[in-house]
Design a protein around this ligand. Structure first.
Ligand code: PAF
Length: 273
């Protein structure tokens, strides 16, 4: 596996590549969720490239930028064992210049839900993803459904800016007990991890209710809320795949989303129905 820590060398390497390129952008601290993105990319493409870049512009003042988990050596091993062809680890000074055009996520979709408590977060995500897509020029790029709003906004950016890349949405990976994998799970102590299970359980409760023909968003949200009311719920919401709130579940076109704090750790989860 080749490793590049500057953009120029990486671009030179890419010039010699033939075939389709799959790209998995990450912020490192890789877990099985990332691994499944990587495996999807390896299955679909001739070459797989992973980037690790903790993007400062998507963290708000006071968020966990400084303590965001860093495990570069372990990440390198994971990528190499998984069969990644190249690991791209650019630094912040190269990615961001002092004077650059402003990229803003569409506010009506980026300042709700995740963006309501984290205004500007998606501006930073789109900024870096656009830069990375331009550097890597992949055939396909892989993103997890767990960050459903991020996935929607990236797809929207790709189609509205006519970028030549296919965005591939990958399934959420969970621990055996249901906890959705996240790099932030390592912040949880034993007790918090146990309490965090209520988030995925609340989504299961919604699924069960739907099996009994309960499709009303308010009713589903109430059931979920009751099951996790001892956590600090940030939102429970039902949206369609365009991230518009809906009164009733539309099958094959809806997402039920939860964000809650367990101790000081903010976790998100969702189901696509
Ligand atoms: O989902 C992530 O890990 C990040 O938001 C991404 C897409 C790598 C951009 O920094």
């Amino acid at each position: 596996m080749k490793i590049f820590d500057n953009i120029q060398d990486f671009i030179e390497y890419e010039k010699g590549l033939k075939g389709s390129i799959g790209f998995v952008p990450t912020m490192g601290a890789l877990h099985n969720g990332h691994l499944s993105l990587i495996q999807n990319s390896i299955n679909d493409n001739d070459i797989t490239i992973v980037s690790i870049f903790i993007n400062p512009t998507q963290f708000l003042e006071g968020e966990d930028l400084d303590k965001y988990p860093k495990r570069l050596e372990a990440d390198k091993k994971i990528c190499s064992l998984a069969g990644v062809d190249a690991l791209f680890i650019p630094n912040t000074d190269e990615i961001y210049s002092k004077i650059e055009p402003t990229i803003l996520a569409p506010s009506q979709k980026a300042y709700i839900l995740e963006g309501y408590k984290r205004p500007g977060h998606f501006d930073g995500v789109l900024r870096v993803v656009l830069k990375l897509l331009n550097i890597v020029s992949p055939t396909r790029a892989y993103f997890g459904k767990k960050d459903a709003q991020q996935l929607y906004l990236i797809k929207n950016m790709v189609s509205s800016l006519f970028l030549h890349v296919e965005i591939v949405a990958c399934e959420i990976v969970r621990e055996n007990d249901g906890l959705a994998l996240s790099s932030r799970n390592i912040y949880l102590n034993q007790d918090e991890r146990q309490r965090a299970l209520k988030i995925s359980k609340s989504l299961k409760i919604a699924s069960k209710a739907m099996m009994k023909n309960e499709f009303n968003s308010q009713n589903l949200k109430r059931l979920m809320k009751e099951s996790i009311d001892d956590l600090e719920i940030e939102y429970i919401e039902v949206v369609d795949r365009n991230f518009d709130k809906i009164d009733n579940i539309e099958l094959n076109n809806s997402i039920i989303l939860v964000a809650a704090k367990v101790g000081s750790t903010r976790l998100i989860d969702n189901i696509w129905v």
